[in-house]
Design a protein around this ligand. Structure first.
Ligand code: C2E
Ligand code: SIN
Ligand code: SIN
Ligand code: FE
Length: 403
């Protein structure tokens, strides 16, 4: 609408202007709402709900483009949570994804284009359907939103404009959430692979890192730590012994008690872990990862290493790691001893509560073990397994890395 129209003061122009302002305000609110939802699945549901209320419609479906297969897929279409896949170019949604043109069916039942809809949607009868492309900031079509059965009348031109603008907001929010998820998965895969490589170097502690991460995260959950803290402690568990990469192999693989000199090397693994982790670019809560991992051998009475810190100077996450680390080390086989039963291991930790270990962490571990059953390996796909002879024990199973 031009300034001239407004100045003319015609009733129609003013009504139209205020309707546009309402749409504008609604879309600004929606932009804020969508950008505040970081989880992709939640975001997709939010987009569907918002589309329904914005357009006063009964249902909406959301399709995303999979450029690898030239298909559209939908996890949320017409109430079914089964993934639906259609070729780009076929059906209504597929056509809109291909052409980028809106399709507004005012009498869907008698429209030949609607007959091409996919079979799984047939149980629900559409009367009106508005299908719009979702374009990202650079104009690329990343998906399609289909809004079905307007509650009064059929979708008009204003609905088309509003839906198209909304679809762009949704596209940007989806791209952000997808990028965030991809970065998280990438980080997770790097860290898990780092953990597996150290277990490879130190076969006497096969799978130790993943199990410690599992116990530590479960204890953190029991203690009601935040989601971010649980993730932080899981990563610290995966990487706590990474510094063993810098410990001479003869020491790591020694079958028997360590000499004083060998202990000197072995104890360095903590400082090496911390030094290596400090080199990573970490953000937010993850900035504490190096110092937490660097405290996993500290003990509450100050007898730990490397700094002999007292309880109040040791971070909670490091106390959780200490309990998880020792519990796992005790309940698995070592060259020179059989595993302790989990009852004995828990009793050992309880005996040292307030001396070496924090009571809250020990009791939380007891509850975790009661819940998950123990001892067990929560990660069946662990890179390394013990062999039955010393030679096999020393030779890690490399199959996972040779595929
Ligand atoms: P790890 O095997 O993962 O053990 C982690 C921690 O669990 C140990 O830290 C210790 O606090 C506890 N732990 C493990 N096994 C036992 C046990 O049989 N009895 C008791 N009371 N506690 C146990 P720590 O002592 O600082 O050892 C750090 C790492 O040094 C160990 O990691 C292991 O890789 C190595 N290590 C420790 N003792 C020996 C040893 O006698 N021979 C060899 N070859 N390596 C050892
Ligand atoms: C070790 O395994 O030699 C150290 C653990 C301990 O017995 O305190
Ligand atoms: C170890 O953790 O390998 C040493 C356990 C011990 O014999 O004390
Ligand atoms: Fe350690």
């Amino acid at each position: 609408m031009s300034q001239q129209d407004l100045n003319s003061g015609s009733h129609e122009a003013i009504t139209q202007h205020s309707a546009h302002m309402d749409d504008y305000r609604a879309l600004v609110k929606i932009a804020c709402l969508l950008s505040s939802e970081p989880e992709l699945d939640n975001l997709l549901n939010l987009i569907i709900d918002t589309s329904n209320s914005l357009l006063n419609a009964d249902r909406s479906s959301l399709f995303l483009v999979d450029y690898a297969t030239n298909e559209l897929f939908s996890k949320i279409a017409l109430g079914t949570s089964n993934e639906i896949r259609v070729k780009i170019g076929s059906g209504l949604a597929g056509t809109v994804a291909k052409t980028g043109e809106i399709i507004n069916l005012r009498d869907a039942q008698n429209d030949p284009r609607q007959q091409k809809r996919i079979a799984s949607e047939q149980a629900y009868i559409p009367h009106t359907m508005l299908t719009v492309p979702m374009r990202n900031h650079s104009g690329k079509i990343i998906g399609v939103i289909q809004t079905i059965n307007k509650k009064t009348g059929s979708f008009n031109e204003r609905d088309e404009e509003v839906s198209l603008a909304f679809a762009s907001l949704a596209a940007v929010a989806i791209e952000n959430a997808t990028m965030r998820r991809d970065i998280e998965l990438m980080l997770k895969s790097f860290i898990e692979t780092m953990a597996d490589t150290i277990d490879l170097k130190s076969p006497q502690t096969a799978g130790h890192s993943r199990r410690v991460a599992f116990y530590a995260a479960e204890i953190a959950r029991e203690l009601n730590l935040s989601k971010d803290n649980i993730e932080l402690i899981r990563m610290a568990g995966l990487l706590h012994d990474y510094g063993k990469i810098g410990v001479p192999e003869v020491v790591l693989k020694k079958q028997g008690k360590l000499t004083e000199e060998e202990w000197g090397f072995m104890r360095q693994h903590v400082s090496i872990t911390e030094g290596i982790l400090k080199r990573l670019y970490l953000i937010g809560e993850l900035k504490r990862l190096p110092s937490i991992a660097g405290q996993h051998h500290e003990r509450v009475n100050g007898t730990g290493y490397p700094n002999g810190l007292l309880s109040e100077a040791i971070q909670m996450e490091a106390k959780i790691l200490a309990v998880s680390d020792v519990y796992d080390a005790l309940t698995v086989r070592r060259y020179y001893r059989e595993p302790m039963t989990h009852i004995d291991a828990l009793n050992y930790l309880r005996t040292l509560t307030g001396i070496e270990f924090e009571g809250d962490c020990v009791e939380a571990l007891v509850r975790v073990v009661e819940r998950v059953g123990a001892p067990q390996n929560p990660y069946e796909d662990t890179a390394l397994q013990f062999g039955s002879t010393p030679a096999e024990t020393l030779a890690p199973d490399l199959s996972r890395f040779l595929q």
